[in-house]
Design a protein. Structure first.
Length: 228
C-alpha cells in the first residue's frame, strides 16, 4: 500500500481542523448554548421532583420548623431565607401577599443562615422565640429591618416585639435549635439550593425572588396535581 502524499496529509489535517473549529463554533453558538441549557434545566427539574418526593416529611412536616397560614392547607410553600439577605426581604413580602390571598396555603419557614455568624445568631434567636409564641412577629420584624441584623440588633428587635430577652438567650442554648438549622442546611444541599431566597412549591424549587403572579401560578399548578 502506498503512503499518503504530504499534500494529502495536509489536506486531511486541514479538514480535521475545520471540523473541530466547526464543532467548537456550534457549541458556543447562542442557539446551541440555549438548547443545552434547556436540556440541563429539564434534567434538574426531573431530578428535583424525585428528591422532593423523597424528602417530603423533612420539607413539609418537620415539627421544629415554624409555620404560618393554614396548618391544614392543601398546598405547602417552603421558604429558605437569611435575615441579612436583602432579596429575602422582597421575597418575604410576596410570600406574605400569597398567604393573604390564599386561605388554603401552608407556609413552612426554613432558617438557612448562609451569610455568616450574625445571620446564624438571628436564625437561632428566631427559632428560640418560637418557645414564647412570637416567632411570626419576630420573623416579620427581623425581615423588616433595613440594616445589618447582628447580635445587638437582633436582641433589640426581640425586646421591641415583646420577647423576654433573658429567656430568649437561655432558649437559644437548646441544642435542638442548632440541630434544626443543620437539618435545613443539609436539606438545602440535597435540593441543590445554594443561595437565598429559595422556595419549594409542590415538586418545584424556585430560586431567587419570585413575583406574586408567578408564585400564584406555581401554587395553582401544585394544587392541580394529584397528591402522593
Amino acid at each position: 500500500m502506498s503512503k499518503p502524499t504530504p499534500g494529502l496529509v495536509v489536506t486531511i489535517a486541514l479538514l480535521a481542523l475545520a471540523l473541530l473549529l466547526s464543532a467548537l463554533w456550534a457549541l458556543h453558538h447562542p442557539a446551541v448554548i440555549d438548547y443545552l441549557q434547556q436540556l440541563e434545566d429539564r434534567h434538574l427539574a426531573a431530578e428535583l421532583k424525585i428528591l422532593i418526593a423523597a424528602r417530603r416529611d423533612a420539607l413539609f412536616n418537620d415539627p421544629a420548623a415554624p409555620t404560618a397560614g393554614n396548618p391544614e392547607g392543601d398546598v405547602a410553600l417552603v421558604t429558605f431565607f437569611d435575615y441579612n439577605c436583602p432579596p429575602c426581604r422582597e421575597a418575604a413580602l410576596n410570600i406574605e401577599q400569597a398567604i393573604k390571598d390564599d386561605r388554603s396555603l401552608k407556609l413552612v419557614f426554613k432558617e438557612f443562615p448562609i451569610l455568616g455568624p450574625t445571620s446564624k445568631f438571628a436564625a437561632v434567636a428566631a427559632l428560640a422565640s418560637h418557645k414564647q409564641g412570637k416567632y411570626d412577629t419576630f420573623h416579620r420584624a427581623l425581615m423588616g429591618f433595613h440594616g445589618l441584623v447582628n447580635e445587638r440588633t437582633t436582641l433589640t428587635i426581640a425586646a421591641q416585639v415583646g420577647l423576654d430577652v433573658e429567656q430568649l438567650k437561655r432558649d437559644m442554648e437548646d441544642p435542638a435549635i442548632a440541630g434544626a438549622i443543620a437539618r435545613n442546611s443539609a436539606l438545602a444541599g440535597d435540593l441543590y439550593i445554594t443561595g437565598t431566597p429559595a422556595l419549594v412549591v409542590g415538586d418545584e424549587v424556585m430560586p431567587g425572588v419570585v413575583d406574586v403572579a408567578k408564585l400564584r401560578r406555581a401554587i395553582a399548578d401544585a394544587r392541580s396535581k394529584p397528591k402522593g
